[in-house]
Design a protein around this ligand. Structure first.
Ligand SMILES: [Zn+2]
Length: 347
């Protein structure tokens, strides 16, 4: 009996406290949903903060001083962010620690940096989740200070430990693919870029499966197209998470130019992969963007995991042939692929 009364008393107390605090402080207009941070490349970390609710520009303030950066969000509650934050912070070479302070008026997200850094404000945009529900996203790109930047601003240094990724260097062996005006063959470009990508992914801890690692047919020189492409798809282990087929474009008109990425329309995750690859190939490669397109190419249609076929550029275009043959440009293409893969897992 005493227990019961006590229980009732607690309930009344809780209710009155709730009513009291609601009346006292303004109800937060927004709630944090998620924070992720990942390397775009060795020098750049992208931080994404998702929140639901309405905030004006003046509610969001970014301050950087010394080795600390703080994003203050007025009228925002931290939601459940405290509990999930650690595993989402992946940029271990730049961000040392993330902490959250909050009170009734605001939430502050504090980033302790390991390096001198530069940050050029933030961008905010509306997004929609997989269920069409909208949320807002703040993006902050943190760049290593130029003084401390390594001369080769290249290699990705994220963490892809345990992820299983299949790279398919298009053509090979008896099939040289398209040929450029100077004699560059598609099969050598795709292999060079695939091998560079493999190295970077392996450095990041990924488990990389190559359909070929040298100038060979994957099935056999006499195999039919379907047998050859089927042999490539069959290289993917049961736990493969991503399949990327690397190609170069070709056309009779040497003016045709640009890159594009393809997905099989039945797979939304393949679209997401193709979109990320497109985004990063544009960022790193800088060619004309022909877009993200759906197609029924054998390898992407028959892949059991999310798959994309990418056309790096036109080998039949004189300028793009020169780029595709260039060792440093191939590095950039490999970085683009790795950055897209990283975003696929962490975004
Ligand atoms: Zn091809």
């Amino acid at each position: 009996m005493i227990k019961k009364i006590f229980g009732l008393f607690t309930l009344i107390l809780t209710l009155s406290l709730t009513l009291f605090s609601t009346a006292e402080a303004a109800k937060p207009q927004a709630e944090l949903l998620n924070i992720v941070a990942y390397n775009l490349d060795r020098e750049t970390v992208r931080i994404q903060i998702d929140y639901r609710g309405r905030l004006s520009d003046s509610d969001i303030n970014l301050n950087a001083a010394g080795d600390m950066m703080t994003l203050s969000m007025n009228n925002t509650s931290p939601g459940r962010i405290n509990k999930i934050i650690r595993r989402n912070i992946q940029a271990k070479n730049i961000i040392e620690n993330v902490s959250i302070d909050y009170d009734d008026a605001q939430t502050k997200i504090n980033f302790a940096m390991m390096i001198d850094f530069e940050v050029d404000g933030y961008t905010a945009s509306m997004k929609a989740d997989n269920f069409g529900k909208s949320f807002s996203q703040v993006i902050i790109d943190v760049v290593k200070n130029k003084k401390t930047r390594s001369p080769y601003a290249g290699n990705f240094s994220g963490d892809l430990t345990g992820h299983v990724i299949v790279l398919d260097a298009g053509h090979g062996g008896s099939d040289r693919g398209a040929v450029g005006p100077s004699g560059l063959t598609e099969k050598e470009v795709t292999l060079a870029v695939a091998l560079k990508t493999e190295r970077m992914l392996a450095d990041a801890g990924a488990n990389v499966v190559m359909t070929r690692r040298s100038d060979v047919d994957v099935a056999s020189p006499n195999a039919s197209n379907t047998e050859e492409l089927g042999a490539r798809v069959a290289k993917a282990p049961y736990d493969a998470e991503i399949f990327i087929s690397i190609h170069c474009n070709a056309f009779s008109n040497p003016q045709s130019n640009g890159m594009e990425t393809f997905y099989y329309s039945a797979s939304p995750e393949s679209y997401r992969l193709a979109a990320l690859l497109n985004d990063e190939l544009l960022r790193y490669g800088g060619l004309n963007n022909r877009g993200i397109k759906s197609a029924n190419f054998y390898v992407i249609k028959h892949s059991a995991c999310p798959a994309s076929l990418i056309e790096l550029g036109f080998i039949t275009n004189f300028e793009e042939e020169r780029l595709l043959a260039d060792d440093e440009y191939q590095d950039r293409l490999a970085q683009a692929i790795v950055a897209a893969i990283n975003r696929f897992f962490y975004e």
